[in-house]
Design a protein around this ligand. Structure first.
Ligand SMILES: Cc1cc2nc3c(=O)[nH]c(=O)nc-3n(C[C@H](O)[C@H](O)[C@H](O)COP(=O)(O)OP(=O)(O)OC[C@H]3O[C@@H](n4cnc5c(N)ncnc54)[C@H](O)[C@@H]3O)c2cc1C
Ligand SMILES: NC(=O)c1ccc[n+]([C@@H]2O[C@H](COP(=O)([O-])OP(=O)(O)OC[C@H]3O[C@@H](n4cnc5c(N)ncnc54)[C@H](O)[C@@H]3O)[C@@H](O)[C@H]2O)c1
Length: 580
């Protein structure tokens, strides 16, 4: 993520168009114009339809005029008196959330739990990126790729004594599995909010003034609602570097790839971050050959370098994958009239032309751009930073002068702190705690991340270079402990002994600085470490926790037990240089 952000920083960011503008364009002249919908926006961001398009499977509220707002409800009845010391002002809601993605959903549920009158405004479909175009459908595809991979691995099956005929798959049925799962989870999210009494207001939200939001559906007059607190949770869209032309068929983003409309023989994946890596797992399991194009000097630059190297050995080298690193995809032209997709590569540092690749398709996985335009931030004097909403450590929005704007928060991808679904939700919960008068600062170093390849990669806290830098700056010692899946009974029983767990820690205090895992079910295993960091548990204590045998969790048990805490002479704390 950090690496992607660095590239983003140096690239002229293609800003998303206003959602509002597009929704207007989309549905004001129904049928045909509705095809434009989010597509207009996506074109600007090189993304195709997610709401009203021909290929869309969604029932876009923009186009169907289908509202979840409780009809006829008089907002005046909902007015919320300001808190005792809040003066005479009254508001329709305690909390208005703009954007019903995972972040908005997490905030809404917690707000209701805290007894706050809550509304959520959604301009497209409930669930946002994660549910409709991200975590959920991608994990459905990865579930298939995992099984295909296993069933195609004769050597692995033979070791277990299993014989199967050649595994086959039905592309359309795989795609339907992903789509059905998204629909189901979207329904769950919607029902959970409705069931708890969150008002779901359909339309694009624009902040008009402090505490005041306009939202509207095409063809209906705009409505105004007021909130004592407003939480921006408008998420992100795929970032497509300039020079790359998206046609949605041969040059596409994750939004299209998830639909699995075809399986190219040769797929170039631009960017070897989370999206690139997960889709390489999917497409190679389904028969594609993949070429990675990565701007930085090595593949998977966002990971701990040692884990990145192992990932290359396990997830890249044995598969039909090759790569070009240190190069930028400067220009990509979709396939047309029998010509293949062409990709012009230049050296990242010198910008000298390198070579031209011809492939069947290209997946652009070069990061995500915040979705904040058209939100009316200028009405509250907020200046975005490359589109991201500036916030402090409590997710309070800062104005152009760097001052906190009272009652305005931003969570999730739109603030760019950590572009993960559970981070968005955790930030939402943290904000609601503050609204409920419980000060809360979320420790982002305790938030785990996982890449759902086969095997999985997971991590929490600092990478080794980050930890060593911090140690040097602050004057403490860092040690590394490692355990292997090869010594774990459960992993060996599964014939899945490939993998390691790595602990980065302070021997003087037993503080866990980072944990990185590559191996079977790494995404589930990481939580023992992330919870320990969140709770401030020292290795001194966690090493006595008991783990069931035989389980994969013993990989972490051994990891903590192998740490050498308190066995080293304390390192003197670096003092500030003494002025001469
Ligand atoms: C392919 C892919 C796979 C991913 N896999 C994972 C994963 O496995 N695990 C993980 O943690 N993360 C994953 N992510 C990242 C994750 O999807 C995002 O971090 C997460 O969705 C961010 O949540 P959010 O609530 O901030 O924004 P979003 O989910 O983007 O939701 C924002 C919502 O706001 C709405 N909106 C925007 N503007 C307005 C407006 N003005 N008015 C009203 N509504 C508006 C949008 O329509 C949208 O519904 C993945 C992402 C992708 C693309
Ligand atoms: N399992 C998960 O949690 C998961 C899965 C998918 C996505 N996500 C989230 O979605 C976000 C976006 O994922 P992503 O993989 O697109 O971004 P990323 O930031 O993880 O990786 C982008 C990669 O593209 C490279 N890059 C950027 N511009 C380039 C160019 N012009 N040419 C070649 N390479 C270029 C970067 O160096 C980087 O390695 C991430 O922040 C991630 O947190 C999470």
């Amino acid at each position: 993520m950090a690496a992607g952000a660095a590239i983003l920083a140096s690239s002229p960011v293609v800003q998303p168009l206003s959602l509002l503008d597009l929704s207007r364009r989309a549905c004001s002249a129904p049928a045909k114009a509705s095809l434009v919908g989010f597509q207009g926006l996506r074109k600007e961001n090189a993304v195709l339809s997610r709401s009203c398009g021909v290929n869309s499977t969604s029932s876009s509220p923009f186009c169907k005029r289908h509202s979840l707002v409780k009809s006829g409800k008089d907002l005046r009845q909902l007015r919320v008196e300001a808190s005792a010391n809040g003066g005479p002002q009254s508001f329709d809601y305690d909390v208005i959330i703009i954007g019903a993605g995972v972040g908005g959903h997490g905030a809404a549920l917690h707000a209701v739990e805290k007894g706050l009158k809550t509304a959520i405004i959604e301009g497209d479909i409930v669930g946002g990126t994660c549910v409709n175009r991200g975590c959920v459908p991608s994990k459905a595809l990865l579930a298939v790729s995992g099984r295909m991979r296993e069933l195609q691995d004769e050597h692995h099956l033979k070791a277990l004594g299993i014989q199967v005929d050649a595994a086959k798959f039905d592309r359309a049925a795989v795609a339907a599995h992903a789509d059905n799962l998204a629909t189901k989870i979207r329904g769950n999210l919607t029902n959970s909010m409705k069931g708890l009494g969150v008002d779901i207001l359909i339309g694009v939200g624009t902040i008009m003034a402090p505490h005041k939001v306009k939202y509207g559906k095409i063809g209906y007059p705009d409505k105004i609602v007021t909130g004592k607190n407003i939480i921006i949770a408008t998420g992100s869209v795929p970032f497509v570097p300039p020079g790359i032309e998206i046609d949605g068929k041969t040059v596409f983003t994750s939004d299209h790839a998830l639909k699995l409309e075809w399986i190219p023989d040769w797929l170039a994946i631009v960017g070897s971050g989370y999206i690139g890596l997960e889709f390489s797992d999917v497409y190679t399991a389904l028969g594609s050959e993949v070429t990675f194009i990565e701007a930085l000097d090595g593949l998977m630059p966002g990971f701990d370098p040692e884990i990145g190297k192992l990932a290359q050995r396990v997830l890249i080298n044995p598969r039909k994958i090759d790569w070009h690193t240190g190069v930028l995809a400067k220009k990509i032209t979709p396939a047309k009239d029998g010509r293949p997709v062409t990709i012009e590569l230049v050296d990242t540092k010198t910008k000298e032309p390198k070579e031209v690749l011809e492939v069947d398709a290209a997946l652009i996985a070069t990061g995500r751009a915040p979705f904040t335009k058209g939100l009316g931030l200028e009405n509250v004097k907020v200046e975005t930073q490359r589109g991201f909403v500036p916030v402090d450590e409590r997710m309070r929005v800062l104005d152009a002068a760097g001052n906190v704007i009272s009652g305005l928060f931003c969570i999730g991808d739109a603030n760019g702190k950590m572009m993960l679904a559970h981070a968005a939700s955790a930030q939402g919960i943290s904000v609601v705690e503050q609204i409920a008068d419980n000060d809360n600062v979320l420790n982002h170093l305790s938030i785990p991340a996982a890449c759902f390849t086969h095997p999985e990669i997971s991590m929490v806290g600092l990478t080794e270079p980050q930890a060593r830098k911090k140690a040097e700056d602050e004057g403490f010692e860092v040690l590394i402990a490692k355990t292997s899946f090869k010594a774990n009974t459960k992993a060996l029983a599964e014939n899945e002994g490939e993998g390691i767990a790595k602990l980065i820690y302070r021997p003087d205090t037993g503080e866990i600085l980072g944990v990185h895992i590559l191996g079977l079910h790494a995404a589930d295993l990481i939580h023992e470490a992330s919870n320990a960091i969140a709770m401030g548990t020292s290795i001194k204590d966690i090493k006595f926790a008991v783990h069931a045998h035989p389980t994969l969790s013993e990989v972490l048990d051994e990891l903590f037990k192998s740490a050498k805490v308190g066995e080293h002479a304390p390192v003197p704390v670096k003092s500030d240089p003494v002025p001469v």
